[in-house]
Design a protein around this ligand. Structure first.
Ligand code: FES
Length: 177
């Protein structure tokens, strides 16, 4: 079976040769003949890198012989894929039905406004990243916001400034959460 390798065929523009890169090439080579393997490969890559850098997306596109436009379409469709490094505090606003009907959209918009970022992005100081999630199984507490797994219950849009301040203050006091 013809295999890609970093030395001869990596056209992603990355430097190649490091351990993660070699591991990803292995995953791609194992998956390239399996139909529908793109999402699984993207998950593995995000697990290795913590996010999906552009050069990694090109490597996957090339290795699986899937157009980069299709790869980008999948990455942008699913909110659990990130194309930027995550912030120290990962803010997840639940947009499941129970949270949505109780005002989650306004909460999400308040986070966007206060942090100055869009969903899937990270604040300029690297502290906060913002995700819109599916139901996280705490519907009785809706609307729910999770920050690094810490649940904030019955959140209203005017609670958002205080939630951000809580973590910013932790950071100013030494960064322990
Ligand atoms: S819908 Fe938000 S926790 Fe279930």
């Amino acid at each position: 079976m013809h295999e890609i390798n970093a030395a001869s065929e990596c056209c992603c523009g990355c430097s190649g040769g490091d351990e993660k890169h070699e591991d990803l090439l292995k995953v791609i080579n194992e998956s390239k003949d399996i139909p529908g393997s793109l999402i699984a490969v993207l998950h593995r890559a995000q697990g290795m890198y913590g996010y999906l850098p552009k050069d990694v997306l090109y490597l996957i596109s090339n290795g699986l012989k899937i157009p980069i436009s299709e790869v980008m379409g999948i990455v942008t469709f699913y909110s659990f894929f990130a194309t930027e490094p995550k912030g120290k505090y990962e803010v997840m606003v639940c947009m499941g039905t129970a949270c949505y009907v109780r005002g989650a959209a306004a909460v999400l918009n308040a986070f966007k406004d206060e942090l100055g970022i869009e969903v899937g992005s990270t604040s300029a100081d690297g502290l906060f990243s913002l995700t819109a999630s599916r139901c996280i199984g705490a519907c009785g507490l809706a609307p729910v916001v999770s920050v690094n797994g810490e649940i904030h219950r019955e959140v209203a849009d005017d609670d958002v400034v205080g939630i951000i301040a809580e973590y910013t203050e932790k950071e100013n006091q030494g960064g322990n959460n």
